[in-house]
Design a protein around this ligand. Structure first.
Ligand code: IMP
Ligand code: MG
Length: 178
């Protein structure tokens, strides 16, 4: 539990997120329209709301799988060392894969997980992140598609947590300590 009191200021509304997902899905559809099946991989836990909305806008044959990587623990700083806590259920060799991430911050998680998935020989691997904080980058990484670029603020909601809280907010808000 965070030991300081905080409030959550609105940042990106549920409506804006939905509109942006619709746009992104057109682009994803153009990229993968010839696929016989796309494996949509959600990076747990932060991407669970995003992936749920994303797949329902995607008019493609898909499978869903999940991967869990350690990142922040319960704090606000990236651990930088990325560990796989839960691996995919299915093999991705020769498959089309879309990796779904909540936020690209330092870039360590996306870098590590992308390399891991690439090493398994997918036919195509593309990445999508709902949010990107480019000014925080430590590893030169960018998702193929990004929902919104945001400044260096700690955000919650729409699946994203602060010490496991606030994942159920339907919009993205920023944490402000009071
Ligand atoms: P990176 O490895 O530093 O790019 O961190 C990526 C992960 O850190 C994301 O998947 C999030 O789980 C977490 N993270 C980064 N920024 C925030 C934030 O503002 N709020 C909550 N979690 C965040
Ligand atoms: Mg997290």
């Amino acid at each position: 539990m965070p030991d300081r009191a905080y409030v959550i200021d609105n940042m990106i509304s549920a409506k804006s997120i939905a509109a942006r997902i619709e746009e992104l899905c057109h682009e994803i559809h153009d990229e993968f329209e010839d696929t016989n099946k796309l494996v949509v991989v959600g990076l747990l836990r932060g991407s669970f709301v995003f992936i749920a909305d994303l797949v329902r806008e995607l008019d493609l044959p898909i499978e869903v799988d999940f991967l869990e990587a350690s990142s922040y623990g319960d704090g606000m700083e990236s651990s930088r060392e990325v560990r796989i806590l839960k691996d995919l259920r299915g093999a991705i060799e020769g498959r089309d894969v879309l990796l779904v991430e909540d936020i690209v911050d330092t870039g360590h998680t996306l870098h590590h997980v992308t390399n891991l998935l690439k090493s398994r020989g997918p036919a195509r691997l593309k990445t999508i992140a709902l949010l990107d904080k480019p000014t925080r980058r430590e590893v030169d990484m960018k998702a193929d598609w990004t929902g919104f670029e945001i400044p260096d603020e700690f955000v919650v909601g729409y699946g994203i947590d602060f010490a496991q809280r606030n994942r159920n907010l339907p919009y993205i808000g920023k944490v402000r300590f009071t």
